[in-house]
Design a protein around this ligand. Structure first.
Ligand code: M6R
Length: 371
């Protein structure tokens, strides 16, 4: 049932304050007078020590699920101190890449039925790794065949383009980072700040959803473009990849997510006064580097659309021609949850305006059960 919405994708984008709340329900503990704030992940309680002691955490997934893991990677590394590597499921199987008994392999999948991810799971089980499932489907193959796991609890997602599952996956993995790092006194203040931010995140998401009309107007400007680049780095490299994936998947416009640190190693050659470029430059440790990227793109007459934290527009915008998307600021590791939403809205409106099928894009299936 689409309720008051025209499409499932639109409904699922706007549902995110509630889906995030459901994902966190019962899992965040506020802490009493002398108790610390903490997280409770029932499905992992017997394995958390093993995960903490593992030699490496390997995230495995496809498409949007891979991007969600990439967004969570820095906070998992920071709070756990365990090295995290990323694997696209099909590539791990193609290479028969090394997976060891001392590894924790985390399988991220909305459907829990993706063939490539399932094959990678079989492979990791054969190699003796501890296998953790993060899925949105209770009873799915990945949920059944992993040793332990966390349900995303984002609610049923019908649009082929994953939206609310993505933001809930990031939140689940941020909670995983908090759970793994739970025994370190040195990072307690950081963990508590993240927990406070998680409590407030649905409100921030509600606030960013108000950009709907602005994104509809931006879509009108971009409707006839052939291509769109999205530059991000740090926590928001994943946002760049995921934003570009959304745009190409539903609006059928070529779009590419680019790691801003790689700009001079090739992509800069594409820049001219015609190609639209979104630069994600919200406030975090990479902010000044992104400011410099914006300056360099501007110097080459790049057609810039800058996403920045509220109040930063004047300091990020190099000139009148630059458009700005201002978003609320949250803890750096949760900023990808907020930042993807304007891009989801942009992809949605571009698709409607270009006259394409939003919920069932050409050639795609919701669950990819064949290789
Ligand atoms: O169900 P999964 O999360 O395993 O699916 C993985 C990808 O097929 C999926 O995320 C795909 O990239 C989406 N259509 C993107 O919106």
């Amino acid at each position: 049932n689409k309720g008051k919405y025209e499409h499932y994708m639109q409904k699922e984008i706007h549902e995110q304050p509630e889906s995030l709340r459901t994902t966190m329900r019962g899992r965040l503990i506020r802490g009493g007078s002398c108790k610390a704030k903490t997280v409770l992940l029932g499905g992992l309680k017997d394995h958390i020590k093993t995960i903490r002691r593992s030699r490496r955490i390997v995230f495995i997934g496809c498409g949007t699920s891979y991007n969600a893991a990439l967004a969570a990677r820095p906070i998992i590394e920071e709070l756990s101190g365990v090295p995290v590597t990323m694997e696209i499921a099909s590539d791990l199987v193609d290479r028969q890449g090394p997976i060891y008994r001392e590894d924790t392999a985390v399988f991220v999948s909305q459907s829990g039925e993706t063939a490539d991810t399932l094959l990678a799971l079989e492979y990791a089980l054969e190699n003796g790794a501890l296998c953790v499932g993060i899925t949105n489907t209770v009873g799915s193959a990945i949920a059944r065949n992993t040793h332990c796991g966390i349900h995303i609890n984002a609610g049923c997602e019908i649009g082929v383009a994953s939206t609310k599952a993505y933001t809930s996956q990031i939140v689940v993995m941020a909670m995983l980072a908090l759970a793994i790092g739970d025994d370190a006194i040195s990072s307690q203040a950081r963990r508590e700040a993240i927990i406070d931010c998680l409590f407030d995140l649905p409100n921030k998401v509600r606030e960013v959803l108000k950009l709907d009309q602005e994104m509809k107007d931006l879509a009108k400007l971009l409707i006839a473009e052939q291509s769109l680049l999205v530059f991000g780095r740090g926590y928001n490299f994943a946002t760049a990849l995921e934003g570009a994936l959304k745009v190409k998947e539903v609006s059928l416009m070529h779009s590419e997510g680019i790691l801003a640190g790689e700009m001079k190693h090739g992509p800069l050659a594409l820049v001219d006064e015609n190609l639209p470029i979104i630069v994600i430059a919200t406030h975090d440790a990479c902010f000044s580097k992104q400011q410099s990227v914006i300056q360099q793109l501007h110097a080459r007459k790049g057609r810039l659309i800058v996403m920045c934290s509220k109040g930063d527009a004047a300091s990020v915008c190099p000139g009148e021609s630059c458009r700005v998307i201002e978003v609320p600021q949250v803890e750096d590791c949760l900023q990808p949850v907020v930042n993807i939403i304007p891009l989801q809205l942009l992809a949605y409106h571009l698709t409607v305006q270009r006259g394409h099928n939003v919920d069932q894009p050409r050639n795609l299936a919701k669950s990819v059960t064949t290789q």
